[in-house]
Design a protein. Structure first.
Length: 281
């Protein structure tokens, strides 16, 4: 039986260092030099250029693993486009998310005509083959014109919303992480590198984020902490000071429950990290 090579074969640094550096870069608003400083504090001396090469090499593969491991996308697509400036030239960033806010795909183009909308629809269908039950967009005329020429989407219900009405907030809010990273990076520059970076940014950052209402880790953490508070009998007084009504025995139960909640969430995060970044190919 042929032995498969490790995903990190040929690299001087171990898999734990590379995978954590890539995860930090896409998950948090950190620069390459910030990650270099964090690794240096942990006894790892690596340059910011090396970290950049790690992100370029492993980012797309990790994003593909995240899309494979995440749950099934929703049946409602929210589509929107936003202007970004690359070296003084205006580009349009097309983005599709489902009703839960999970990013389906993004596409950077120069135009927003029917041909550009059609290319984006085909790209989203390639990444999410299941046809949605409803598509929500603004009143841009390119969307219905392109949708009518795609057989899979021709009969899908199309809902138009006014941009000023704030009805399409699911799609509009999905641009906020991109804007924050754009300010952090002092703007985007090369179109190809921007497309590759943003295609990996959304899936990886959402995979490790605690999204209220849909993330099982947050639900589990809230459930454990709620049970701890019920056992101890904690309440907040009107002046904002926490008081505990429980006796010593309940305090012991509280400590055990708190340790169990923290260790359970940490173990779940570590397993989520291993499943995506540390599995060999």
């Amino acid at each position: 039986m042929k032995k498969t090579k490790s995903l990190y074969y040929g690299h001087r640094f171990p898999a734990a260092v590379i995978s954590h550096a890539v995860r930090w870069y896409f998950r948090f608003q950190l620069s390459l030099r910030d990650i270099e400083a964090l690794l240096f504090e942990r006894g790892v001396m690596v340059s910011d250029e090396t970290i950049r090469r790690w992100c370029d090499k492993f980012g797309a593969g990790f994003a593909h693993r995240v899309k494979t491991a995440r749950r099934k996308p929703g049946t409602t697509w929210h589509l929107d486009e936003v202007f970004v400036t690359l070296r003084g030239e205006p580009y349009l960033l097309w983005r599709a998310v489902d009703q839960h806010g999970a990013e389906l795909d993004i596409f950077l183009q120069k135009r927003r005509d029917k041909a550009a909308a059609k290319r984006f629809f085909k790209r989203v269908l390639a990444s999410c083959p299941e046809v949605p039950g409803k598509i929500v967009t603004d009143r841009l005329r390119s969307y219905p014109a392109a949708k009518a020429e795609i057989p899979e989407l021709a009969n899908v219900r199309h809902v138009f919303v006014k941009a000023s009405a704030r009805v399409n907030n699911r799609a509009e809010n999905s641009h906020q992480p991109t804007r924050e990273r754009e300010r952090r990076m002092r703007g985007f520059r090369d179109p190809k590198r921007t497309q590759a970076f943003l295609s990996s940014l959304g899936p990886i950052s959402q995979h490790f984020a605690l999204v209220d209402g849909i993330d099982p880790l947050r639900i589990k953490c809230k459930m454990l902490l709620y049970r701890r508070d019920r056992l101890v009998g904690i309440f907040v007084s009107p002046n904002g000071i926490d008081r505990t009504l429980a006796a010593g025995r309940n305090r012991e139960i509280c400590a055990v429950a708190l340790v169990g909640a923290i260790s359970g969430v940490v173990a779940a995060f570590e397993q989520r990290h291993i499943d995506i970044f540390s599995r060999d190919i």
